[in-house]
Design a protein around this ligand. Structure first.
Ligand code: FMN
Length: 388
């Protein structure tokens, strides 16, 4: 992390971005999760310097979390390669694992608080994350009720939670995000009433995320957000033979976040941004400092969001946001001669570098056709060597 003394050196850089028509003082947001679950946390986050926040997901149905820890952190021991949630001296953070549901606070609890926050911080961007079902007209009206309530309270945008991995209901969360038809219906229903931008947060747990991004964008989404956590289980403790997180010995699939998912999230993003180069993307997954955020910007994201790293840093990430903003300022200064004066000027600079495997150069200069026969009339006759 950069020392705070050097932060002052870069204070003059313009870190602001325009994303889905909204002006952010910097492109760094707290994602929808415990860091944004209360009014006091969100206000502290704005004070600490975050450019925006996405609220913990707000819904209308009752929420009861499990009778045990909702989130734990996995660490690796470099000496033994053991991966565990238990304390190990000298270990490094690997990931977060959670099975927390959406906010357990009601919409009536949230609305006056959104209003207060926006009154106190009118220039900061507050995105309301919302979620309802999709299996009936009544459920679809819930989306509209949530949207109208939040925008009347002052929310600057919506993030549709189409990605929560712990819903049993087939018409909620990542089960919606796995179904292009439902994504389309839900997005259109919210767009019907929305006066502010609508972002769709997709689940990474599908075969071809481009299909779900297309459904969202065709239905009018103003941005795609990815990734939510990846479906996963905690390891089994060899001493007790129990899952390291369990309630009465039982566990269900939870979500993996933090450093471990950075490469996975980048791969999802790299599928989408070249497919829709003119659209807006917000990147999430394992971001703790600027080097990781940079990968998402280089792939074409206009903003990025952070959860796990912030949870481990005084609950809202005051040091993380300092490190992100000073890292961006230093990067702009170091690359000024390239004409990179803002995130927009280098956004997507490496988007075209992700290609099919057969397009990667072979050491002997020979062409390779991805396991296919050579196209007719194009390649040299097969040699014994090629047939091996
Ligand atoms: C404890 C916990 C609760 C979360 N709750 C929500 C939620 O309510 N809505 C949502 O869209 N994402 C939720 N997420 C997912 C995060 O917003 C984020 O997408 C994910 O953790 C990946 O980012 P990270 O690698 O920075 O942690 C939650 C994550 C964690 C760890």
């Amino acid at each position: 992390m950069r020392a705070s003394a050097s932060w002052g050196v870069y204070m003059s850089a313009d870190l602001s971005v325009s994303f889905t028509g909204l002006r952010f003082r910097n492109p760094f947001l707290l994602s929808s999760a415990p860091p944004t679950e209360s009014e006091s946390n969100i206000m502290r986050a704005f004070e600490a310097g975050w450019g925006g926040v996405v609220t913990k997901t707000i819904g209308l149905h009752p929420v009861t979390n499990v009778a045990g820890p909702k989130t734990k952190f996995l660490r690796t021991d470099p000496a033994t390669s053991r991966l565990s949630m238990q304390r190990m001296a000298g270990s490094a953070l690997h990931s977060s694992w959670n099975w927390e549901l959406i906010s357990d606070k009601t919409i009536d609890w949230w609305l006056p608080r959104i209003e207060n926050i926006k009154k106190a911080y009118p220039e900061h961007i507050l995105v309301a994350s919302i979620m309802a079902g999709s299996g009936s007209d009544k459920e679809l009206r819930h989306w509209q009720e949530l949207a109208v309530g939040c925008q009347d309270a002052g929310a600057d945008a919506f993030e549709l939670n189409l990605s929560c991995p712990h819903m049993d209901r087939q018409d909620m969360g990542s089960n919606v995000g796995k179904d292009a038809g439902l994504i389309s219906v839900v997005t259109k229903v919210v767009k019907e009433v929305a006066k502010v931008p609508v972002w769709c947060k997709l689940t990474p747990s599908t075969t071809d995320i481009v299909a779900e991004a297309r459904a969202s964008l065709n239905a009018g989404a103003d941005a795609i957000v990815s990734s939510n956590t990846f479906p996963s289980l905690p390891p089994i403790d060899p001493a007790t033979l129990e899952f390291e997180v369990n309630v009465d010995g039982y566990v269900s699939s939870g979500g993996l976040g933090g450093p471990a998912i950075l490469p996975l999230s980048l791969a999802k993003m790299a599928q989408m941004t070249p497919a829709f180069p003119d659209k807006s993307f917000s990147g999430i997954g394992g971001i703790a400092d600027f080097s990781q955020a940079l990968s998402f910007f280089m792939l074409g994201c206009g903003t990025v969001q952070v959860c796990t790293a912030a949870m481990l840093d005084h609950a809202i990430g005051p040091n993380v946001i300092k490190s992100l903003t000073s890292g961006l300022a230093a990067f702009l200064e170091a690359n000024a001669e390239r004409g990179w004066t803002s995130v927009e000027s280098f956004r997507g600079a490496r988007r075209d570098r992700v290609v099919t495997h057969s397009r990667i150069r072979r050491p002997d200069g020979k062409e390779y056709f991805g396991g296919q026969d050579a196209p007719e009339g194009y390649a040299a006759p097969a040699t014994a060597e090629r047939l091996v």
